[in-house]
Design a protein around this ligand. Structure first.
Ligand SMILES: CC(C)(COP(=O)(O)OP(=O)(O)OC[C@H]1O[C@@H](n2cnc3c(N)ncnc32)[C@H](O)[C@@H]1OP(=O)(O)O)[C@@H](O)C(=O)NCCC(=O)NCCS
Length: 313
């Protein structure tokens, strides 16, 4: 469908858009979107996850929307529906040179329609927060990004509980899914399965004692391989979170420049973890906002030490 419609921006000005708005429901379009994300992420040094479109498609084949101009993607947004309860919006971007023309508004409306009346979340930067509020979102909290430069392997303490840390892929998969569900507001087995075997996942350790899962984490490279992120890092105590963070830090590959994790400030222990393992809040990246629409989801934020956003990045 080629759109040519008038849109009134929130600042009151009227813009005419001329993009073709498409849901990426074909492999060709998904591949084109994946390559565009890769290109923009490398150009702007943006820590996007590899294969995020492939991952989101496993959960919701109609999650991703693009605006095409002369067959080129100039704008994108995702709303990943997890069943009929939850949706998460992310990867909202318009190419430089095309911002402010109403493309984003047009795509955002499309993805809100896709999310329907599901409880719908997003993480916003400071600039966009008021704009999302005008689309019915309510701020419920804040989120932070912590980074540290890679300086080589970390020293593990002498009492590091080596025997308790095993590969998450060796766990009973149903147990892992149950554990994950306590700290993420929806079931996501397809995603977990694909993720644990992804070639860019460096380490996915779980902390198990007496047959009980107490935590798990995933360390993976971002597009370009200069940034390594851990997330999720879910744990039922601070000590377990710290041990898993150390295990992952110890596995960061040579050649990495920055290690990063993103967290929800509703868990005050994340600041403590950052300090203990040597991370600092990132200047201008710091200070994200958590916004929800149609209610708030149920999950135990006290065990969320690092998240992967609903957009998988
Ligand atoms: C946010 C973004 C996706 C919107 O897409 P767009 O095609 O510019 O959207 P629109 O033209 O419909 O403008 C929507 C809002 O985007 C913001 N925006 C517009 N031009 C912008 C620009 N040059 N830079 C940053 N934000 C801009 C404005 O707040 C605008 O709100 P308004 O309607 O009150 O003016 C796009 O500006 C962008 O890629 N920004 C950088 C990445 C980003 O911030 N993503 C959102 C993360 S929460």
């Amino acid at each position: 469908m080629t759109e040519s419609e008038e849109i009134r921006n929130n600042n009151g000005s009227v813009v005419t858009t001329d993009i073709e708005v498409r849901c990426c429901n074909t492999d060709a379009l998904r591949d084109q979107l994946e390559s565009t994300i890769k290109e923009w992420a490398i150009r702007d040094n943006w820590p996007a996850g590899y294969d995020s479109i492939k991952f989101s498609t496993l959960i919701d084949p109609e999650a991703n929307f693009v605006g095409l101009l002369n067959k080129e993607i100039v704008s994108m947004v995702s709303a990943v529906n997890y069943g009929d309860q939850l949706s998460f919006i992310g990867t909202f971007l318009t190419a430089d040179g095309h911002k402010g023309k109403g493309y984003g508004t047009q795509l955002f409306r499309e993805c809100l329609q896709h999310a329907g009346d599901r409880v719908t979340g997003l993480y916003s930067n400071q600039r966009m927060t008021e704009w999302y509020k005008r689309h019915g979102f309510v701020q419920t909290g804040t989120c932070s990004i912590f980074r540290k430069p890679y300086t080589g392997k970390v020293d593990l303490p002498a009492d590091f509980p080596v025997a308790c840390i095993i590969p998450a892929k060796d766990l009973d998969f149903a147990d892992l899914c149950r554990f994950d569900r306590s700290y993420f507001p929806a079931d996501r087995p397809e995603f977990l399965r694909a993720w644990l075997s992804h070639p860019k996942v460096i380490l996915a350790p779980a902390f198990v004692k007496d047959g009980v899962i107490h935590g798990y984490g995933v360390l993976r490279q971002c597009i370009g391989d200069t940034i390594c992120k851990f997330g999720p890092l879910f744990a039922d105590s601070f000590v377990v979170a710290e041990q898993l963070a150390l295990a992952m830090l110890n596995a960061v590959p040579e050649g990495t420049e920055i290690v990063q994790f993103d967290c929800l400030d509703d868990n005050p222990q994340t600041d403590r973890l950052a300090e203990k393992v040597g991370f600092s809040p990132t200047g201008e990246l710091h200070g994200g906002r958590v916004l929800w629409k149609n209610g708030r989801p149920e999950f135990d934020v006290s065990g969320v030490y690092a998240y992967t956003s609903g957009a998988f990045g």
